[in-house]
Design a protein around this ligand. Structure first.
Ligand code: MD3
Ligand code: FE
Length: 208
């Protein structure tokens, strides 16, 4: 099926309304199941050990974690020690449809934003396969997402990410600085609680 898409910067392609309500509900059920196996936790900043306000967990063979030692990918949950649950089929299907990358994702980072949570401007560069894009899906309340260039000082602009929206960040946008300025309370009825989930699919190791 043809999809509406908008390239908002070179390699940054926005798919508003990628998932309809039924698709969002099905994916949310998958996320809830994953969180039962791999509970959301507050990662800590390298060095300072200060907790992130965003809560996180992962699916897939590898998960992104952060603690006083630094950032890395690892195969197990840092608090339970269990292997991460599998990436839900609906997300693997979205990767096949949107990524344009022949190899499967290895990590799905799940971010949960309660009301008032922000994510500062950063680059995602802990992955070895930077030729693969990052594919993002949003569920729940609308976020004000900010994206700039590959240098922190580059000009930025913001885009609203609503429940069901997908985004692909590839090419020159793969190393763009980005963050979440705020989440707009009560803008979606998808979650029984308030807040927002963002799911990012990533290829971590070199594909060949
Ligand atoms: C652009 N997540 O998990 S999604 C992250 O809404 C992250 O939770 C935000 O930044 C969130 O690292 C933004 C959009 C996004 C995700 C990854 C990117 C944009 C990106 C990687 C490279 C460039
Ligand atoms: Fe990021």
């Amino acid at each position: 099926m043809a999809r509406q898409s908008i390239e908002i910067a070179p390699g940054a392609v926005f798919y508003p309304g990628y998932l309809d309500r039924a698709g969002q509900e099905a994916l949310l059920a998958d996320v809830r199941t994953a969180i039962l196996a791999a509970p959301l936790y507050h990662p800590r900043m390298p060095r300072s050990g200060k907790p992130f306000s965003v809560r996180m967990t992962n699916c897939g063979p590898l998960g992104w974690v952060s603690d006083v030692e630094g950032y890395r990918y690892q195969g197990t949950h840092p608090e339970t020690g269990a292997a991460w649950p599998a990436i839900p089929q609906a997300l693997l299907a979205a990767w096949r449809e949107l990524s344009g990358f022949a190899f499967p994702p290895e990590a799905c980072l799940v971010n949960y934003y309660a009301d008032g949570t922000r994510l500062g401007l950063h680059q995602d560069r802990d992955e070895k396969e930077l030729a693969a894009p990052v594919v993002s899906l949003s569920l729940g309340d609308t976020a004000i997402f900010r994206i700039g260039g590959t240098k922190r000082q580059d000009a930025t602009f913001s885009v609203k990410l609503a429940s069901g929206d997908a985004f692909v960040f590839g090419g020159p946008s793969r190393l763009a600085y980005h963050g979440v300025d705020r989440v707009l309370p009560a803008t979606s009825t998808l979650l029984a609680e308030s807040g927002r989930f963002n799911l990012t699919l990533r290829r971590v190791t070199a594909a060949k």
